[in-house]
Design a protein around this ligand. Structure first.
Ligand SMILES: Cc1cc2nc3c(=O)[nH]c(=O)nc-3n(C[C@H](O)[C@H](O)[C@H](O)COP(=O)(O)OP(=O)(O)OC[C@H]3O[C@@H](n4cnc5c(N)ncnc54)[C@H](O)[C@@H]3O)c2cc1C
Length: 417
């Protein structure tokens, strides 16, 4: 907000100020780095609304496209971090650097928001990608490490012990990871297809739906992605804590996804404070209708009961929470904000319930058609059943918390902490 842009006679701007936390702000992996910098140009007024967006290259580019002089920008510091050591997080100083306006003057926030959906989807993907890699490692370890005996009788009688994977609690852990990463993959692909539809087919409904979904994908997938990276580390016992095995790196690297591109608390705020009411609540209503139609489409299909019924119940809980916000939130805004984080997770679970219902149906249909990869399809169905039976019930807990409103959260005066 303190970075200034002064207009020059040739149409360019002189950019002066400092930016912190700039990912890959400096490196030698590309011949040039094009910085997108928000700065205040004269006449924009106070606040973020009148801010403008500028292109500020590390090297100025000549008319023929060749690289010219170095621009007046430099790295002030490279941050020491908990993880993501492959990415230099820089303090950038702009000392009268040459920049050019991108988009309309004083409309920089809007210009920046055009990349927001994609950027936040990308960070959501980072969240579960860390979990996926950690899961693959944990799975190998669980099959390899011999420890204890299966309670139902030795499964590796010729060996000194059974592999970890025989133990129900290790199975629980692995199923939580597996059902998360597969559900998350489906959800991000779906959101990416909605973004494509909104860009390429001018599909306003797809755009509305994905803008509702983005804070959920960013917040839920990165929170759970971190939890799952830690769960995978747990499978290793003590070796999970030892650097040699590499599991702590997943946990350290996954942690940032919960923070950057808007901290997850701010994603929840965006969801409840902005996205729910956007366009008169049209998009959230469309989401509820979509889930309802999905549930209805499985009526009379006994195989799908274990999916359609819990999805219906979870969706009702989500609607009840939204209704609570509409009624209580009108009177006491804190009541909605105190429940926003739970709402983000509640909606995340419903989205996963929807994805697993669709995946299970697709798997059943493929089995009916005599698909060759029946083991894969049966595994898909069983993994989905686990999610519906063991993870979806979290919706009830989130709803119960939401309905307590602001009072338990705000009871203490700041001095009492
Ligand atoms: C490694 C790293 C790389 C980064 N890369 C980039 C980059 O390339 N480009 C870039 O522009 N930025 C980058 N960032 C900045 C990053 O996006 C911000 O740090 C992040 O969005 C959080 O903002 P903040 O640090 O100002 O925290 P704050 O906004 O101070 O938030 C602190 C806490 O308060 C909560 N909070 C804040 N406001 C509210 C509210 N109104 N209601 C409820 N809770 C609230 C938040 O959820 C959070 O838990 C990077 C940061 C890091 C650490």
């Amino acid at each position: 907000m303190r970075t200034k842009a002064e207009p020059q006679a040739d149409g360019s701007y002189r950019i002066t100020g400092q930016k912190i936390f700039i990912s890959a702000g400096e490196h030698d992996m590309a011949s040039n780095i094009i910085h997108l910098v928000l700065a205040k140009a004269p006449g924009g007024g106070d606040g973020t609304k009148g801010i403008s967006l500028f292109i500020v290259p590390k090297f100025l580019v000549s008319e023929d496209g060749s690289l010219g002089a170095r621009n007046a920008l430099s790295v002030g510091k490279i941050e020491e971090k908990m993880g993501i050591h492959g990415n230099a997080t820089c303090v950038m100083n702009y000392d009268g650097a040459t920049g050019w306006l991108l988009g309309d003057l004083h409309k920089g926030m809007r210009a920046m928001f055009t990349m927001m959906n994609e950027a936040r989807l990308g960070v959501g993907l980072q969240g579960y990608a860390q979990a996926e890699a950690a899961y693959q490692n944990a799975l190998i370890y669980a099959k390899d490490r011999l420890q204890g005996r299966a309670v139902t009788g030795a499964e590796n009688p010729s060996g000194p012990a059974d592999p970890l994977i025989v133990h129900p609690d290790i199975r629980r852990n692995l199923m939580e990871q597996k059902s998360f990463v597969e559900g998350a993959r489906a959800l991000t692909f779906w959101a990416a297809s909605l973004i494509d539809r909104s860009h390429r087919c001018d599909d306003a409904a797809a755009e509305g739906l994905v803008s509702l979904m983005i804070p959920v994908i960013k917040g839920f997938l990165t929170d759970k992605g971190f939890d799952m990276a830690v769960a995978a580390q747990q499978v290793y016992g003590g070796h999970g804590y030892i650097e040699e095995w590499g599991m702590s790196q997943f946990a350290r690297d996954a942690r940032i996804a919960m923070i950057y591109e808007g901290a997850n608390g701010v994603q929840a705020l965006d969801l409840v404070g902005r996205k729910l009411a956007q366009d008169g609540g049209k998009h959230v209503m469309a989401f509820f209708e979509m889930v309802k139609a999905e549930v209805k489409s499985h009526e009379g299909d006994d195989r799908m009961k274990g999916f359609a019924e819990p999805l219906k119940a979870a969706s009702k809980q989500l609607q009840q929470a939204a209704m609570f916000f509409m009624q209580a939130g009108m009177k006491t805004p804190n009541a909605a904000l105190a429940g926003s984080y739970d709402f983000m997770h509640l909606m995340g679970h419903v989205c996963f319930g929807l994805m697993w219902t669709r995946m299970a149906k697709a798997a059943y249909l493929a089995l009916d058609d005599g698909a060759a990869d029946s083991d894969f399809l049966q595994t898909k169905i069983a993994t989905g059943r686990f999610y519906m039976a063991r993870q979806l019930p979290a919706c009830g807990m989130h709803l119960a918390r939401i309905e307590t409103g602001a009072e338990p959260v705000m009871a203490l005066a700041a001095e009492a902490f």
